[in-house]
Design a binder for this molecule. Structure first.
Ligand SMILES: [Zn+2]
Ligand SMILES: [Zn+2]
Length: 338
């Protein structure tokens, strides 16, 4: 029970090799899950490369797990052996701090990331705290569901946090792994959706995901033409853009919300905020209840990430496919028993 077979990078930037780990006895509040599918997120690549300086090696990536409960710690609650569950970015939080007790467990200072000093889901088994082991609704499409657990909740969280209504006009910047899910969710939420992409070839696809309008993110005139119109502008890219022009698309009291890890600072002129009461914000994933809400919504409205499947033992080819920018639009690894 304590042995897992995982795909691990031995050092930063190295290919993953199949490795065996002894996790020891299952913790009282832990759950052990058999991995059927695991999505690949761009942050898995960043962590393999140790871009953020927080990776510990040997490193097993993977934090979009779809699986089944194999074993429950003696104090694990609300789950049963054999149940279908998902595990996302977070594998545990302290459950007693102010953030945890007020329902913002994803903001816990002691948050344990599924791939932060913890073996992730590119493996036959993975462990998490029972509260972060999220039951899957009946009827969910299991093979494509993994990316909902990190990318999906990342883009849906601002709709939940800021009470975005079905009459809102929503812009999505970047049609990639995150952005294509954002367009699908915004459409299903009832919003009028404008997709911003720098890739002309993605315009038709953005429309197929539900975008009502598509604007080139490199066409200043096209951006100017929709100035003052958007209630929420969701930024999913990780590169710098013409932020002044994009802020200008916000309606009075509109919000630019950043979920892409843009490394350069984003300039925000005070007047762009003051005169029209605009806001700029960001957020990481969501709480267990947020994730459960997302899974229910995605299942009811049949919002599925568009995925490409790779067998788990082709993980290095799958990682290269993502690193080369070829993923359309998320990749899911299929476990041996998937
Ligand atoms: Zn992720
Ligand atoms: Zn806490």
């Amino acid at each position: 029970m304590s042995q897992i077979q995982g795909w691990a990078a031995q050092q930063a930037g190295q290919p993953l090799v199949r490795s065996s780990f002894d996790l020891g006895p299952l913790g009282a509040e832990e759950v052990e899950v058999a991995v059927d599918y695991c999505g690949i997120c761009h942050s898995d690549l960043s962590m393999i490369a140790n871009e953020w300086g927080m990776s510990r090696f040997p490193f097993v990536p993977g934090h979009e797990v779809i699986g089944r409960v194999l074993a429950l710690g003696e104090q694990a609650k609300g789950l049963r052996v054999g149940q279908r569950v998902g595990i996302g970015w977070t594998a545990g939080s302290c459950m007693h701090c102010r953030q945890c007790l007020s329902g913002h467990q994803n903001l816990c200072a002691e948050l344990e990331a599924t791939i932060g000093g913890h073996h992730g889901g590119f493996a036959d088994k993975v462990r998490a705290h029972w509260a972060w082991t999220i039951p899957l609704p009946d009827g969910i499409d299991l093979p494509s569901a993994g990316p909902l657990l990190c990318g999906g909740i990342t883009v849906l969280k601002p709709f939940l946090a800021y009470n975005i209504g079905p009459t809102a006009r929503v812009g999505v910047v970047g049609i990639g792994g995150l952005g294509h899910m954002a367009v699908k969710f915004a459409k299903a939420w009832g919003c009028e959706v404008t997709a911003f992409t720098s890739t002309a070839a993605k315009a038709d696809e953005a429309r197929s995901f539900g975008a009502h309008h598509v604007v080139s993110s490199r066409d200043a005139n096209a951006i100017q033409a929709i100035a003052g119109s958007l209630d929420l502008l969701l930024v999913t890219v990780n590169v710098s853009l013409d932020w002044g022009a994009l802020l200008g698309t916000l309606a009075p009291r509109g919000r630019m919300h950043v979920v892409g890890a843009v490394l350069e600072p984003i300039p925000v002129p005070a007047f762009a905020l003051i005169v029209t009461e605009r806001e700029v914000s960001g957020s990481p994933t969501g709480s267990p209840v947020d994730i459960a809400t997302l899974l229910d919504f995605a299942t009811r409205h049949d919002v599925r990430p568009q995925v490409e499947m790779f067998p788990m033992d082709q993980v290095n080819a799958a990682l290269k496919h993502l690193a080369d920018g070829k993923a359309r639009y998320r990749i899911v690894l299929e476990g041996a028993k998937g």
